[in-house]
Each structure stands twice: as structure tokens, then as C-alpha cells.
Design a binder for this molecule. Sequence first.
Ligand SMILES: [Zn+2]
Length: 81
Amino acid sequence: MFSEQKRFIAGAVCPKCAAMDKVVAYSKADKDYRECVACGFIDELLVGPSAPAPDTRINKSERRDAAVAEPVKFVGFGEEK
Ligand SMILES: [Zn+2]
């Protein structure tokens, strides 16, 4: 999340006009936007549930542990159904 105040993103390149250091980022109504001050390009930044990168490793190890620790339980559960 960004603040409502527009801030330049250092090194960012506008995807429309390719101007560098002309893209500002800001937050509005709980959404993040980037805007090019050179050409007026505005893009909504999709963050949150669609970016689960930091949790991937944790989820993987948790699923792995469950599969190793409870193979019998899973078989029994399936037979009951
Ligand atoms: Zn631009």
C-alpha cells in the first residue's frame, strides 16, 4: 500500500511512453495506482491475495509435513466415505 500522496518510483519506466522516473505511485480508496505524469497513463496495481510469494515456502513445507505425518489418517477417512 502506498500513501495517498503521490510519490515517484525511482527507476520505474512508463509502459506506455517509456519515460523513466515519470511514474508516481499512490493509494486511493484502498487501491494502489501508478500514474505517468508525462503521458497521463494510469494503471491499477493489483496487490494482496494475488501475490502470495512470501507464503509459498511456508505452505509447501506445511503440506509436506501433513502428508508425511498422516498417511494412515487420510486412507481411513477415504474408506469411511
Ligand atoms: Zn507515460
